[in-house]
Design a protein around this ligand. Structure first.
Ligand code: HEM
Length: 520
């Protein structure tokens, strides 16, 4: 009779041999490209739960390795091949490769994990594969027009005044904000709720009603920080009697109730009323386009509308709030750049009046400050894609030669927005905050807002909001970091920005304080 030890030994050997065979096959599939060899694929729960080390991806692998990319391989595509569990993943630091993938006639589509992450309420504009995506974009597209960006600009200025008045910024010489990320999160939520969904807001009130004691802002916070758990764990887990799990379940429920409330109120408004309104928010235009859809079969169902409302709120909030916080942090530790931006603002509106939307095109330097902050801290860390057919990528080696990489169907690749942003071939002195580079028309524009047909629909929304908010703050206040005894500005940046980041639905520095000193 076989002993238990022998059975265990045979089982372990069988498993080890199967891991080895899979590992060798995956290495061959990626043509032995250089790159990390980890026990687990980054697209597994265990990899998301473990910290980032030389052996485990964690959630910050690409951030930690943003400078290492070049030294890892001769090519602008590297391969992470797991030797215990999960699929191999390619990573690229090349804009050219990114464009081949995101381009119009590409053999690539979204990956299931990313689609599931934002499909809490079903398919939507972001969380849809190529086939289902077009109708969402056709119906949401008309909402994003120059009229909207003007509304975003005006609302941003109104929100700014509400904020400084309610919080008493002007009542003292300098106002200390304990957590700038909380402030920008509130600004972004107010802007998307107001311009996206026509909710009239005041700074001292929560966005939308409270249900079961939770506000929309709190629901977003819980949903965003639990997103990886929600991707990888089955739904029933969140019904188990554990406080944290129940809270996530409740946040989803409350979020759904709030969003349904928005839709029902707007539908009750009636199409005629909606069409007469002078100021149209994104959602009004989306409902109009849905009702005008020639082929009713293609119109969005109520469930799909709910999912698109959720998506627009999340996408409009998570990205811009992080980018605004990074911009303010970087401006605080670069007083010369702040001064240059202030001079531009004064030259555009010398009489101290509030800048109008028509002035916005002249705030090139302020806008560059924002774009450079997104380069250093991309709000979206990467764009994962899956090959839907066997295909070829033209990749380059460091010595300038190009070669064809044969990619098999189902292979994952991540367009690594950190590696691209810190790629010194595109951006010399990549660690430095140099807004001037965005004034040079030859600067690589990058893909921080995506590219191709699925490029970010909210890019101009974000730019309008950020330019208005930054212009107002820089005009009225000097932004200063709260330094520790003997700390330099460079050390402050390393401690509060580069050294303290989080990656959930959006990426960026975590809570940090800033001082806003009233200008004379
Ligand atoms: C700093 C601000 C922003 C950044 C960096 C950003 C970045 C991106 C990126 C990289 C994508 C492509 C993702 C992919 O292909 O997987 C994307 C798509 C998208 N973004 Fe943004 N975004 C920003 C602001 C906004 C805002 C303000 C909104 C809404 C008001 C928005 C709505 C969307 C939507 C709906 C999509 C999906 C588009 C589609 O698939 O057709 N984004 N964004």
């Amino acid at each position: 009779m076989l002993s238990w030890t022998l059975i265990a030994l045979i089982t372990i050997s069988g498993w080890a041999i199967s891991c080895l065979i899979t590992y060798r096959r995956q290495l061959a599939d990626v043509q032995y490209l250089a790159g990390p060899r980890h026990p687990f694929s980054p697209f597994t729960l265990v990899a998301a739960l473990l910290p980032t080390t030389d052996w485990t991806a964690g959630l910050l692998m690409n951030w930690v390795g943003r400078h290492a990319c070049k030294s890892l391989g001769l090519h602008d595509v590297i391969a992470l091949v797991p030797f215990i569990s999960g699929r191999s993943v390619l990573y690229t630091r090349s804009v050219e490769v990114a464009k081949q993938i995101l381009g119009h006639k590409s053999d690539w589509d979204k990956v299931a994990e990313q689609v599931d992450a934002l499909a809490l309420f079903g398919e939507n504009l972001f969380s849809s594969y190529r086939e289902g995506w077009q109708r969402h974009r056709r119906i949401a597209g008309p909402g994003f027009k120059p009229k909207l960006y003007e509304q975003v600009w005006n609302e941003s200025i109104r929100t700014y005044y509400e904020m400084i008045r309610t919080e008493g910024w002007l009542a003292r010489e300098s106002y200390l904000h304990g957590d700038v990320t909380a402030m920008t999160s509130k600004i972004a939520l107010y802007l998307i709720a107001s311009c996206g969904f026509g909710m009239s807001l005041s700074w001292d009130k929560a966005v939308g009603e409270q249900i079961k004691g939770m506000t929309l802002g709190e629901c977003f916070h819980i949903v965003s920080s639990s997103i990886y758990a929600q991707i990888f764990l089955p739904k029933w887990v969140f019904r188990l009697p554990f406080k944290t799990l129940r809270k996530i379940h409740q946040a989803n429920f409350v979020l759904e109730s709030i969003l349904l409330g928005i839709i029902e109120r707007r539908k009750a408004d009636g199409a005629a009323n909606r069409k007469e309104r002078a100021e149209k928010d994104v959602f009004t235009l989306l409902l109009d386009a849905n009702e005008d859809e020639a082929d009713r079969k293609n119109a969005l169902t109520d469930r799909e509308l709910l999912s698109d409302v959720f998506l627009l709120l999340v996408a409009g909030h998570e990205t811009t709030s992080h980018a605004l916080a990074s911009s303010l942090g970087l401006l605080a530790c670069n007083p010369d750049i702040q001064e240059k931006a202030r001079k531009e603002i004064i030259s555009v509106v010398p009489d101290g009046c509030d800048p109008t939307f028509h002035d916005s095109e002249r705030f090139l330097y302020v806008q560059a400050c924002f774009l450079e902050a997104i380069r250093l801290f991309p709000s979206v860390a990467g764009i994962p894609q899956r090959a839907v057919a066997d295909t070829i990528l033209h990749i380059s080696a460091d010595n300038g030669t190009t070669t064809d990489l044969v990619v098999k169907r189902d292979q994952y690749i991540v367009i690594d927005l950190f590696a691209i942003s810190y790629n010194s071939s595109y951006y010399p002195d990549p660690d430095q905050y140099i807004p001037e580079r965005w004034l040079d028309p030859t600067t690589e524009q990058g893909v921080n807002f995506g590219a191709g047909p699925r490029i970010c629909i909210g890019r101009k929304f974000a730019l309008s909001e950020a330019t208005a908010i930054l212009a107002m703050i820089i005009r009225d206040f000097t932004i200063e970091p709260v330094l520790r005894e003997g700390e330099t500005l460079v050390q402050w940046r390393l401690r509060c920005l580069d050294g303290s980041v989080a990656n959930s639905l959006g990426f960026g520095p975590t809570a940090f304080p800033l001082r806003f000193k009233k200008r004379g």
